[in-house]
Ligand binder design. Sequence first.
Ligand code: NAD
Length: 367
Amino acid sequence: MPSNQRKILLLPGDGIGPEVVRETKKVIDWFNKKKSLDFKLDQGLIGGAAIDEHGVPITDEVFYKALESDAVIFGACGGPKYDKLEFSKKPERALLKLRKELKLFANLRPAICFKQLVDASSLKPEIVSGLDILIVRELTGGIYFGEPRGVQPIENGERRGVNTHVYTTKEIKRIAKVAFELAAKRNNKVTSCEKSNVMEAGVLWREEVQNLKDNEYKKINLNHMLADNCAMQLLRNPKQFDVILADNLFGDMLSDEAAMLTGSLGLLPSASLGVKDKNGRTRSLYEPVHGSAPDIEGKNISNPIATILSFSMALKYSLGLEKESAHLDKAVEKTLEDGLRTPDIMSKGKKKVSTSDMGDAIISNLN
Ligand code: NAD
């Protein structure tokens, strides 16, 4: 493989996945052609599409391609057709397998409010205008994975449900490092969230994050905040934040809350980063925050921006192409500036366009 060649695997999936990934592919092709970049594209079936064709949510062949890729761009999976399948056979298992096997421990979700869309937020324009936060969530530990777990019968015919919130020094330092490194490229500020007032694991989290900052990231401006206060502050004054660091559970909730400050699901990208492989390459998966949206499938009306911005994150975090990423972000912003809107973000006086029109307009603004 030529040294500057990068492998990108497209996994469109189900519902609107194929149409939003199709528009993203146009953008990748543009970079290949106009910027002489050497992206080697491959594509595979995942989720319901793979179940229909091969009887499993992801084949070994596609899984190994994902392991070998510099970046995986995933659309969405799932839909009503598969709702009755037992849990282990559902389309979503493919995504869980990729997250687990690629050891994607860091989930990055930016919440950026484009000035052209301030009215789409449920908060007042002055509170969200110019908002640019990055949530860094731990993705492979904590209460979603801790043991013991389960539901057992107890006396009197009652039952007892158990989940265990557990983190080690290593896991906390690994994710805090990601947050500090990213903050160093932004505004140098990290707010770390936990519940150290009521949880021992929260006390450990706070101490380990502080130790890492004191020893290795002295220039970072770190503050600690109780997770419930952070949820409140996100609505009161979200612009006080730069990077928010949180565990799996609190990060899940805070990132959904922050995401909605920006207005529409169709605009929200995400990145999941893993540990480095033996070649020093960080495994990664990029996907829109939204699902397969079966209610609008096949109508060419979905918003492709979340997936296109996910590719922009891939340019920045996996492909070492920050300038190209900024160029793509500008083209998206210019397209919104031009007044083009898919139906999910439509407002009075703007021009309603289809999924493919939106993709074409972004390409023409790249030019
Ligand atoms: P969803 O995100 O698919 O849709 C929620 C609402 O937002 C729908 O009204 C939909 O039309 C709209 N929407 C979503 N993305 C949009 C876009 N790009 N442009 C315009 N409108 C958009 O969530 P849901 O309805 O709860 O789930 C539908 C299916 O997707 C389920 O099978 C669920 O399991 C699956 N799902 C998959 C993922 C994933 O693959 N990562 C994530 C969430 C849900």
